[in-house]
Design a protein around this ligand. Structure first.
Ligand code: FAD
Ligand code: NDP
Length: 314
């Protein structure tokens, strides 16, 4: 019987593991075997330079940061298995965690399975991914390749507005490609977007292709109302079309919000099941940063520690 099982391998899971290990909870962490199409280590394994994680003033490569976090988890006493959790049984305590090789029972569970940015799968995207195409403006927007260039953002929600506005700090111009003739974003966000002189909105516009030799140089778009296709010279393309939280394996056993993020009680990492905690992007659809994921991982370990020491109402 395990005390604490942690599912996930990003900053949230490893921070939880570091705290739980130091608290002598002897955690077992399932890091996934290319779970959700992403290598163990999570979303940061899909990027290059991370410049906004404190403690690395010169920046650090995302994969290297995750290797370091993993090693720190091990150093603190975490046992790591490279297996994907396929399902869980949370109906009674102890909870059951199933992989294709084993089933374990555990008194408490931390879910830190993250989220995956939606992609568009247009021709040219795979080849130019992270070579001008990204799903995170806050993460990648400040890179030198985007300075004083024309950039494009796809999407019409709050993320698209935030990302486009953020990018105007670096870009000469930001084109926002909106597939309908309205934005989904909050009215105040819409006003902000429309008032920004560096932003041009392309209504009723869909992305068709991404072009470029070694990095993005242009995109093909279509105005679906006028039925006109055109090539736009842009050097950065940012998707802001939503994320998918990795919660399918829960099969409805925890309360999720309307877009499938795990619901936690504000100010805690407690879920709808006592003894089950959630941290990181799988329960955060607003901030979605490595440092916020790590912070909530710390909270989850402290919540689990309290639960295991007899505060069973948690
Ligand atoms: P994730 O990093 O999403 O990791 C969760 C991982 O758990 C999954 O990837 C998978 O490996 C594993 N997993 C999932 N399901 C299972 C399962 N069933 N069983 C076992 N394992 C499973 N943030 C910043 O602060 N700075 C940046 O510069 C930055 N750059 C980014 C660049 C890109 C391209 C992307 C996509 C994101 C970037 N982010 C950045 C955001 C940051 O990566 C995320 O906010 C952060 O990684 C979330 O951490 P997490 O621990 O919640 O989960
Ligand atoms: P949303 O789901 O709200 O918006 C996604 C946008 O992308 C929509 O405009 C949608 O168009 C568009 N879209 C989806 N798929 C495609 C596609 N294949 N091609 C072109 N466009 C597409 O996601 P967000 O990430 O913007 O927001 C998620 C949640 O987080 C929301 O609740 C939001 O309010 C919140 N949030 C809040 C922030 C804040 O308060 N500052 C900041 C960021 C997010 P359509 O409208 O036609 O469906």
């Amino acid at each position: 019987m395990e005390n604490l099982v942690i599912i996930g391998s990003g900053p949230a899971a490893h921070t939880a593991a570091i705290y739980a290990g130091r608290a002598k909870l002897n955690p077992l962490l399932y890091e996934g075997l290319v779970a959700g199409g992403i290598a163990a280590g999570g979303q940061l394994t899909t990027t290059t330079e991370v410049e906004n994680y404190p403690g690395f003033p010169e920046g650090i490569l995302g994969p290297e940061l995750m290797i370091r976090m993993r090693q720190q988890s091990i150093n603190c006493g975490t046992r790591i298995k490279t297996l994907t959790v396929e399902k869980v049984d949370l109906n009674q305590s102890p909870f059951k965690v199933f992989t294709n090789q084993e089933t374990v029972e555990t008194r408490s569970l931390i879910i830190a399975t993250g989220a995956t940015a939606k992609r568009m799968q247009v021709p040219g995207e795979d080849r130019l991914w992270q070579k001008g195409i990204s799903a995170c403006a806050v993460c990648d927007g400040a890179l030198p390749i985007f300075r004083n260039k024309v950039l494009a953002v796809v999407g019409g929600g709050d993320s698209a507005v935030e990302e486009a506005t953020f990018l105007t700090k670096y870009a000469s111009k930001v084109l926002v490609l909106v597939r309908r003739d309205v934005l989904r974003a909050e009215p105040i966000m819409q006003e902000r977007l429309k008032a920004n002189p560096k932003i041009e909105i392309f209504w009723n516009t869909i992305l068709l292709e991404a072009h470029g030799q070694n990095s993005l140089e242009a995109i093909k778009v279509k105005d679906t109302k006028a039925n006109i296709e055109q090539i736009l010279e842009v050097y950065g393309l940012f998707y802001a079309i939503g994320h998918l939280p990795n919660t399918a394996f829960l099969a409805g056993q925890l309360e999720l919000d309307e877009v499938d993020y795990i619901k936690t009680i504000p100010g805690t990492t407690r879920t709808s099941k006592s003894g089950v905690f959630a941290c990181g992007d799988v329960q955060d659809r607003i901030f979605r940063q490595a440092v916020t994921a790590a912070g909530s991982g710390c909270m989850a370990a402290l919540d689990a520690e309290k639960f295991l020491s007899g505060f069973s109402h948690l």
